[in-house]
Design a protein. Structure first.
Ligand code: KIV
Ligand code: ZN
Length: 389
């Protein structure tokens, strides 16, 4: 079994992220992102769904041929032709994984698959065995596990682990669960599935209620050791768990987790920027970790605190996630200390305190009219102050 202190990061930006309407990527774009994910040191890169289209099969093949340090995974329905297609696309990978899935919730089995529970178990087992012809590294997902019946889920998981699945992934496909409930589900599965210790438990949460990250973290606290996530939380509908939030929550709150990831977190911001520029999906300014304001301080009280000791208002270091530094934004809420500090950085010093006070008064007037005061504004303002004197 894997090292229990290692939280495996399975990035699905190139598969579930790409399923976000408007986010489809070309083969070369996928390879560029995959290389960035490799530099970030993610453990598993889900490169696509080879049976979805010949173009995606080609893209998965290109990623498999170009990535050496991460496991490269392809998704396949629990169908022979999908599994064969994934197996072929991954043939050049240094470490290939096939991820196969079938739905297990009553609504999906009855209305979508039109299959009985017995048929679903049989097909899941068959799929895992077929995938094992291509690689020892097989992952199985009971789709819509978040709305499946516990006894049936236990039955399916026991059967697929016995058939050779090394990772069992529990998806909250429609983002329906809340953290206590989802954590309890993982705890119950780990306790009740008789061969649970022969597989890594993974989670895959969607963000329909804005709970994907919280649900994933609750699951990690109950023993899940793989989290499936995407850069910037890209993904179907409201998206998937955001990789940057999962990784930094676990790293920052090591007092609460008995595991950690092996990622090079300084690559988070470059990776986030790359995904945003390729997909054209802008990053909201207040997005945790990677938003432009994530390490920016505007209010005087906060700026004064940070200038005295960064940890007064910062729980992570901007540099640790790939920003060059934190950012003091000068605006109407800013105080004299931040104003003086920025002027000093610009090489501007006043001989007398009342000159600084006059400049600060002009700055406040300007700040009432403008969202953010830039260095050029400060230069102009100081020149004006000197002219007035
Ligand atoms: O959300 C989901 O259920 C999926 C599966 C294919 C794992 O993306
Ligand atoms: Zn999904």
């Amino acid at each position: 079994m894997s090292d229990k202190s290692h939280l495996i990061i399975f990035d699905t930006t190139l598969r579930d992220g790409e399923q976000s309407p408007g986010a489809s990527m070309t083969r070369d774009e996928k390879v560029r992102i995959a290389r960035a994910l490799e530099r970030l040191k993610v453990d598993v890169i889900e490169a696509g769904f080879p049976a979805a289209s010949p173009g995606d099969a080609e893209a998965v093949k290109a990623v498999a041929d170009n990535v050496r340090d991460s496991i490269v995974c392809g998704l396949a329905r629990a169908l022979d032709q999908d599994i064969d297609c994934a197996g072929q696309a991954l043939s050049g990978a240094a470490a290939p994984r096939i991820h196969t899935f079938i739905a297990t919730s009553p609504i999906h089995m009855e209305k979508k698959l039109r299959m009985t529970p017995d048929q679903v178990v049989e097909q899941a087992v068959r799929a895992v065995k077929r995938a094992r012809r291509y690689t020892d590294d097989v992952e199985f997902s009971p789709e819509d596990a978040g709305r499946s019946e516990l006894d049936f889920l236990c039955r399916v998981l026991e059967a697929v682990i016995a058939a050779g699945a090394r990772t069992v992934n529990i998806p909250d496909t429609v983002g329906y669960n809340i953290p206590d409930q989802f954590g309890a589900l993982i705890a119950a599965l780990r306790e009740r599935v008789p061969n649970a210790d022969q597989a890594v438990f993974s989670v895959h949460c969607h963000n329909d209620l804005g709970l994907a990250v919280a649900n994933s973290l609750a699951a990690v606290r109950q023993g899940a050791r793989q989290v499936e996530c995407t850069i910037n939380g890209l993904g179907e509908r409201a998206g998937n768990s955001a990789l940057e939030e999962i990784v930094m929550a676990v790293r920052t709150r090591q007092d609460l987790f008995d595991c950690d990831t092996r990622l090079d977190t300084t690559q988070i911001v470059p990776c986030s920027r790359l995904v945003s520029s390729i997909t054209g999906f802008a990053i909201q300014p207040n997005k945790a970790v990677v938003g432009a304001n994530a390490f920016a301080h505007e209010s005087g009280i906060h700026q004064d605190g940070v200038l005295k000791h960064r940890e007064t208002y910062e729980i992570m270091r901007a540099e640790d996630v790939g920003w060059t530094q934190n950012r003091m934004v000068l605006g109407k809420h800013s105080g004299r200390n931040a104003f003086r500090a920025r002027l000093q950085e610009l090489g501007i010093r006043f001989a007398a305190e009342d000159e600084l006070n006059a400049a600060f008064a002009r700055f406040k007037d300007l700040a009432d009219k403008k969202h953010e005061i830039f260095d050029e504004d400060l230069q102009a303002l100081v020149t004006d102050t000197n002219l007035d004197a």
